[in-house]
Design a protein around this ligand. Structure first.
Ligand SMILES: [Zn+2]
Length: 177
């Protein structure tokens, strides 16, 4: 009651990523066939769609993230943003749940180069898979509840991260090199 805010942001910073250790799972690799929704990972613009396609062609891990999300009830919109909070390269927020589909919004800093942008997007898509694995997450409040349980608290209240996402971002970045 004292502090819950409408949106729970998930953060990635270079400093946090630099300390990531351990191993992560890319998740299930099942592809949804003839999904009427089409791809579950969508750019907010044609340029972003082109970046996503290029990332998927060059990074097997990024491609598998998309395939896993295609097999889920989660749809992710990725947008390049010029107005991210200081210290954030990317964040994920809950948009809405409708028609049996949960919609998430990923923002990445627009000034990033291709490799960094796809790496940050991969980090955030790992978070999207974490949401996909928890069907009770259906709004911003339940997203915050999930990350209070599974997340690592960030430097700012209501920001969280996970080791799996940090590792995924680094893995995608390495595959693009
Ligand atoms: Zn994160």
């Amino acid at each position: 009651m004292l502090y819950r805010v409408p949106l729970a942001a998930l953060c990635l910073t270079a400093a946090l990523c630099a300390t990531a250790v351990g191993a992560a799972s890319a998740g299930p690799l099942v592809r949804a066939s003839h999904d009427p929704l089409g791809s579950h990972v969508r750019g907010a613009t044609p340029a972003m769609n082109a970046l996503i396609a290029r990332g998927a062609s060059r990074s097997a891990s990024f491609r598998k993230l998309i395939e896993a999300l295609n097999a889920s009830d989660v749809v992710v919109y990725i947008e390049a943003s010029k107005s991210m909070p200081a210290g954030l390269d990317g964040r994920l927020t809950f948009m809405t749940a409708a028609g049996g589909v949960r919609y998430l919004h990923v923002q990445v800093v627009s000034s990033l180069g291709f490799e960094e942008l796809v790496s940050v997007a991969g980090h955030e898509l790992q978070h999207a898979l974490e949401v996909a694995a928890h069907p009770k997450v259906r709004d911003a409040a339940s997203l915050a509840t999930l990350y209070e349980l599974i997340g690592i608290p960030g430097p700012v209240q209501n920001r969280y991260d996970t080791v799996a996402a940090r590792i995924m971002g680094k893995r995608v970045r390495a595959e693009l090199s």
